[in-house]
Design a protein around this ligand. Structure first.
Ligand code: ASP
Ligand code: MG
Length: 460
């Protein structure tokens, strides 16, 4: 049994859908399949836009729905023989009518709760997967459509719900393990125990596929994207970036938290736990082998495995003579930020305890600063803490790799290379897992820094 997942750009129009079906058809020869699809590329964004328009009382939402309907209609017209088109359009028209009803409701109450938003977003996957399953059937393939809301059970945290693994796995086994033919399952969407529609967070279809693979005890999970696999660095930045053949789950998780967005970060959890190898493959280049993410990997001989980065971050420095030896400062910093929902991406504190530096997303920086100023107003007044400094327009770059563990000289090589190119490093962090060394540079140095690091570790 294999689970395959195709993202939005792999199924964005009739041509791509036809192509993807041919990939599925070939895979079918090797054994049973469960296939997960996303919405057509851009459709989830459009649905969100429509809901926000409706909430604001703007009737543009109707044009947006008309546009989605048009894209699906074009796909139907291209993919079905004339005689079957009318029947294929029926469910599409019914669903689009339903979306309009919901949006009209949102317009009337002028309120789109996260719960309503999840329902609106769910239509992208529902429309597309139903369409693809019926195209498969019209081609003589045995395909059964499944709405994941009857399979994946979550809590009620709309927008990014948490999975109830026990019930989800039970449902997966019960509903999917005996399907004759190909199970086609909607990505991204789920339902709370009371049946209300939820979603797994943006780009959550990868996660759906991982849950299905784990629940079914699949032999492998293939996530099909539009890149040849997990790359050593962003190819838009580094000309010589190359595909990594094999990578551990832990390394993949480290890579996925960064800008590359190769894989939704939660995806690794279920497959790691059940030890199911995950392949990243390219829809546009099915001949390429792709990257295998697994436990028992063939180790490469490079000192690092890849370089990842996060753009648009800001750094706040908490500094003061009154901090040293005073327990509780760090805890207050993080609690205050957590209370305001500021996500801290990177932390470093020197052993002098004289300063703590925190890195967060640029758009959260002002809020973070205000929160900290309020929390430490007294300490600032008594000069125990100096006023906070905020530096924006920064970038976090990280080198990642299993081979770094216990290997001396990695950070030496990293920082000498940066130093030689006169790239200034503002902060550094290394976790004790030694799988990741992160550092912060000015955004202006981004391209130069990533290329310098790539050359320092990957040239022979
Ligand atoms: N369609 C959803 C999104 O765009 C889920 C996915 O693509 O994985 O976020
Ligand atoms: Mg997507």
């Amino acid at each position: 049994m294999k689970v395959m997942k195709f993202g939005g750009s792999s199924v964005q129009d009739a041509d791509r859908i036809r192509h993807v079906i041919s990939i599925v058809q070939k895979a079918q020869e090797a054994g049973s399949l469960c296939v997960v699809f996303s919405a057509m590329r851009g459709v989830t964004d459009d649905l969100i836009k429509a809901a926000l328009n409706a909430q604001a009382g703007r009737t543009e939402y109707r044009d947006i729905v008309a546009h989605i309907r048009e894209r699906q209609t074009q796909a139907v017209e291209a993919l079905f023989p004339e005689a079957q088109r009318k029947k294929a359009l029926e469910p599409l028209h019914a669903r689009c009518g339903e979306i309009l009803d919901i949006l009209h409701g949102i317009e009337l109450v002028r309120e789109c709760t996260p719960r309503s938003m999840d329902l609106v977003m769910s239509f992208g996957e529902r429309l597309n997967c139903r369409l693809i399953a019926s195209v498969m059937r019209s081609m003589g393939m045995q395909a059964v459509y499944f709405d994941a809301r009857s399979i994946i059970v979550t809590d009620g945290r709309y927008g990014s719900a948490r999975v109830d693994f026990k019930n989800t796995y039970k449902n997966i086994r019960r509903k999917l393990s005996k399907v004759k033919g190909i199970a086609v399952v909607t990505g991204f969407i789920a339902a709370a125990a009371d049946g209300v529609t939820t979603t797994l967070g943006r780009n959550g279809s990868d996660y759906t596929a991982a849950l299905l693979a784990a629940g079914l005890g699949a032999d492998s999970l293939e996530v099909w994207k539009d890149v040849d696999g997990v790359l050593s660095a962003d190819p838009a930045v580094v000309k010589d970036a190359f595909v990594i053949d094999e990578i551990s789950y832990e390394e993949a998780m480290e890579m996925s938290f960064f800008g590359a967005e190769v894989i939704h970060p939660y995806t690794m959890g279920p497959v790691l736990e059940k030890n199911i190898p995950l392949w990243v493959r390219n829809t546009l280049n099915p001949a390429a082998r792709g990257t295998r993410i697994a436990r028992d990997i063939k180790r490469h001989s490079w000192p690092i495995t890849g370089i990842a980065s996060i753009e648009n971050v800001a750094l706040i420095n908490v500094e003061g003579s009154g901090m040293q030896g005073t327990p509780g400062i760090a805890s207050r910093v993080f609690s205050a930020l957590a209370k305001e929902d500021v996500n801290v991406i990177m932390i470093s504190q020197a052993s002098s305890e004289h300063s703590i530096c925190i890195v967060c997303r640029a758009e959260q920086a002002e809020r973070a600063l205000a929160v900290l100023k309020a929390e430490f107003a007294r300490e600032i007044e008594t000069r125990q803490i100096e006023n906070f400094e905020l530096a924006g327009d920064l970038e976090i770059i990280a080198i990642i790799g299993e081979n770094m563990r216990g290997t001396p000289g990695i950070s030496g090589r990293l920082f000498s290379a940066l130093g030689e190119k006169k790239i200034n490093v503002l902060a550094i962090a290394q976790g004790s897992s030694e799988r990741n060394i992160s550092f912060v540079v000015d955004s202006r140095d981004r391209v130069k820094a990533i290329n310098t690091v790539h050359r320092a570790f990957f040239s022979v």
